[in-house]
Design a protein around this ligand. Sequence first.
Ligand code: CP3
Length: 350
Amino acid sequence: MRGKLTAVPSLFLDTLRKEHTDIPPIWLMRQAGRYLPEYRALRAQAKDFVDFCFSPRLAAEATLQPIRRYDFDAAILFADILLIPYAMGQDLTFPEGEGPRLPALMDGFDGVFNDMASTIDVLEPVFETVARVKQDLPESKALIGFAGAPWTVATYMIRGRGGENHADVREWAYRHPERFEALLDDLVAATSAYLSRQIEAGADAIQLFDTWAGGLPEKAFERWCIQPVRQIADTLRKKHPSTPIIGFPKSVGSLALNYVESTSVDGLGLDFGVPLEWARDVLAPHAVLQGNLDPVVLAVGGDRLTAEIDHILHTLEGMPYIFNLGHGILPHTPPEHVELLIDRVRGGPR
Ligand code: CP3
């Protein structure tokens, strides 16, 4: 246990608490994943991806692999944002090379969702994964727990699959406002309970992924993204006041200001489309920034990569921030590029 008086300093947590402004901590979204040969070998041991996420031994190992290889400052729990719909009672599969599939509400799926106790019960193996990781993780490394934000999770539940354009999901939400609001409320309750249990099992910080928050009309963004995240953050703060929360509302442009002001998240994940100077001047007073290297640039490497790393280091120099990508690492990224990235970030601006 990390006791108050004997605490080993954590660069990641100290930065999130604005107590550190020197070299930024670094971790990468999807740092455990197919770009690593050891991940692919581990993945082959599981029946399918859902089974992988619900096998504490395999999931804990996947969480720790990138820490061993690269010495990142934080580990992120190996799980998936779609485990909540699965636990609520919506079947979930990942057909090879196709992404997630669920029985869509839009296509008439009207199964009765599990009550909260049964939902959390299904998620028990995830808490065991957290506890296992916590045991094996060096004390100076933080463990990030996570969940999808309700809107993003709802898009998969409603349409049954991913995709960039959500006009059909918005249309369903506008046509069935009561069902949609009830769904958001259910997700707020389940996500709050799920994250609270992750913290109790040992997670040091929480990240909420709102991958599909971009492109919503302002009022919809406020009701569908900001309000649920604020409700979850309020619940977590009451129970676990010292656990920092990072929000990642992807591709929301200037609405990020409303998001940080209204949700009071401690950290804000920036996608690669956010102008960094603007984020520094306008958003950083409200939350510690995290981001925002383009994962495509990391995959390509070379001079472009070093120039873009240096740009981030220079722009945010002297303020607390967390180095990360603007979205998840791509499966074809050469592992050596990640090593180069970490060395350059730790070497400081040049
Ligand atoms: O970041 C990490 O290393 C922790 C683990 C993690 C995964 N998914 C593992 C995963 C996290 C934080 C997620 C979040 C997640 N999952 C999001 C939000 C972040 C984002 O990327 O936008 C979303 C939208 C999902 C849903 C999801 N899961 C999709 C769309 C896919 C298929 C796409 C793909 O990359 O195959 C997944 C599967 C998934 N989740 C994989 C991993 C490592 C790949 C599965 C495999 O190994 O075959």
